[in-house]
Design a protein around this ligand. Structure first.
Ligand code: C5P
Length: 205
């Protein structure tokens, strides 16, 4: 069984995907980390994220990087949404995600284009969403807990900018797959969101 979990920044998709992975005993890939690793490499090598060839050069990132806490930073998320708009960057990361999805026992992937591009034949597709204010509140609390001084307004503005870039790009934009079910987590606790996600997956298998 392949489960595709897509949605905007801080919608809860990562938490839900990890919980589903535990529940079903399936491996989980957070595909945002791949784009974040490209972004961090662009930054480290002082490349220009808006130039496609520069961003492509950064796709050859060091694997150890995927566990670096630096990838979780807000500015890396912003940079990730800039490099991820280049079609050649997406193409360069495609096979690795498809291979992960094709594991014999099944897999769970979360991102922006799993249900539309990476695994269009996934048995279950969830599109996780929440209002921008609620997502900003969650992300702000998360950043504060890690010692960040970013204001709530700045986090909200960043989330809106990332939504616009991710939904507005022409290469694999953030869009709900026609056969995805919506899971709005705005007014759900983490436990209730996970419970609902399991119910929705069960309806599909
Ligand atoms: O999910 P996360 O916030 O870590 O993703 C960082 C950025 O990577 C997103 O804003 C998006 O631009 C990009 N991304 C993508 N396709 C995916 C996953 C992430 O374009 N499948």
């Amino acid at each position: 069984m392949i489960i595709a979990v897509d949605g905007p920044a801080a919608s809860g998709k990562g938490t839900i995907a990890r919980a589903l992975a535990r529940h079903y005993g399936l491996p989980n890939m957070d595909t945002g980390l791949l784009y974040r690793a490209v972004a961090a490499t662009v930054q480290r090598l002082a490349l220009d994220p808006t130039i496609e060839a520069d961003a492509v050069a950064a796709c050859d990132f060091d694997q150890d990087m995927l566990t670096d806490p630096l990838l979780r930073e807000d500015d890396i998320g912003q940079l990730a949404s800039i490099v991820s708009a280049h079609p050649l960057v997406r193409a360069s990361l495609l096979q690795r995600q498809r291979r992960f999805a094709a594991q014999p026992g099944g897999a769970i992937l979360d991102g922006r284009d799993i249900g539309t591009v990476i695994a269009p034949d996934a048995e279950a597709k969830l599109f996780v969403r929440a209002t921008p204010q609620i997502r900003a509140r969650r992300r702000h609390a998360e950043l504060q807990a890690r010692g960040s001084m970013l204001s709530f307004d700045r986090v909200l503005a960043d989330i809106r900018a990332r939504d616009l870039r991710d939904a507005g790009r022409s290469a694999a934009p953030l869009v709900q797959a026609a056969d995805a079910v919506i899971l709005d987590t705005s007014f759900l606790s983490v436990d209730a969101s996970v419970q609902r996600a399991i119910e929705l997956v069960e309806q599909r298998r």
